[in-house]
Design a protein around this ligand. Structure first.
Ligand SMILES: Nc1ncnc2c1ncn2[C@@H]1O[C@H](COP(=O)(O)OP(=O)(O)OP(=O)(O)O)[C@@H](O)[C@H]1O
Ligand SMILES: [Mg+2]
Length: 229
């Protein structure tokens, strides 16, 4: 049988925070290879290092030691500018609290990554319309986030994460601020994206949400303590 391609590989990754004299070991030697096309859930108690790991995977932060390969490229030693370039071209990020810009419309929020990539106005607006249609918000293009429900706001955030057509989607508790029915709808969107070939790595507290994933990591005290695949 042909081996699955590895998209993301962490090797002996640690992350330490020093606040005054207090040192927090947020990650203490994490090694794991994520396969292309997987839908992997990350669970574990509060403070176990889930968001720290996802932020490293999303190039929002760098490890204290260890290495992180994305599509075979070592990103662990990159500077901030190189990391944002990698993020813009390869990664979509979805947060628990949506992180939409309140002053911007749905269309403008979706177009944000494209403005950094220098897309022209017409092409960028067309792309926003296409993505809003995908998440069923075509008729809300000119609305602002405050005029939308939580589930709709998260669907805008998903559309924004897809703007640059990344192969890897990282989601930190994407249903954490939603009731279970609305969270279920957001999960449907993520599952469909996975069926279309996106690799999805998702932190969740909820076992019913984690049950949708094809593989599962459990974290404890900054380490992976159980793996189910
Ligand atoms: N910027 C930071 N500065 C200092 N310590 C931090 C920072 N970010 C995280 N930590 C610490 O690192 C540890 C892991 O935090 P992390 O946010 O990864 O946990 P988590 O598993 O995502 O928890 P939760 O389920 O509550 O979101 C915690 O002890 C936390 O206090
Ligand atoms: Mg967290």
């Amino acid at each position: 049988m042909k081996d699955k391609k590895i998209v993301v590989e962490l090797s002996e990754v640690t992350k330490r925070y020093q606040i005054g004299t207090n040192v927090v070991h947020a990650l203490s030697g994490v090694s794991y290879a994520f396969e292309s096309g997987c839908f992997c859930s990350i669970q574990g108690q509060s403070g176990s290092g889930k968001s720290t790991m996802l932020n490293l995977l999303g190039c929002l932060d760098s490890p204290t030691s260890g290495s992180y390969f994305l599509n075979g490229q070592d990103v662990s030693k990159m500077d901030d500018e190189q990391l944002s370039a990698v993020r813009l071209s390869h990664i979509g990020f979805i947060f628990q609290s949506f992180h939409l810009i309140p002053q911007l419309t749905v269309s403008q929020n979706i177009q944000l990554p494209l403005s950094y990539l220098g897309w022209n106005k017409d092409k960028s607006e067309d792309r926003a319309r296409e993505l809003a249609t995908l998440v069923d918000l075509k008729d809300r293009m000119d609305h602002r986030p405050v005029e939308l429900s939580g589930g709709q706001q998260q669907r805008v955030a998903i559309a924004r994460s897809l703007a640059n057509n990344p192969k890897l989607i990282l989601a930190d508790e994407p249903t954490g601020n939603l009731d279970s029915a609305t969270g279920g709808q957001v999960m449907e969107v993520l599952l469909e994206l996975n069926r279309q070939g996106k690799t999805i790595i998702m932190v969740t507290h909820t076992s019913e949400i984690a049950a949708h994933a094809t593989s599962a990591i459990h974290m404890l005290d900054g380490k992976i303590d159980r793996i189910k695949s």
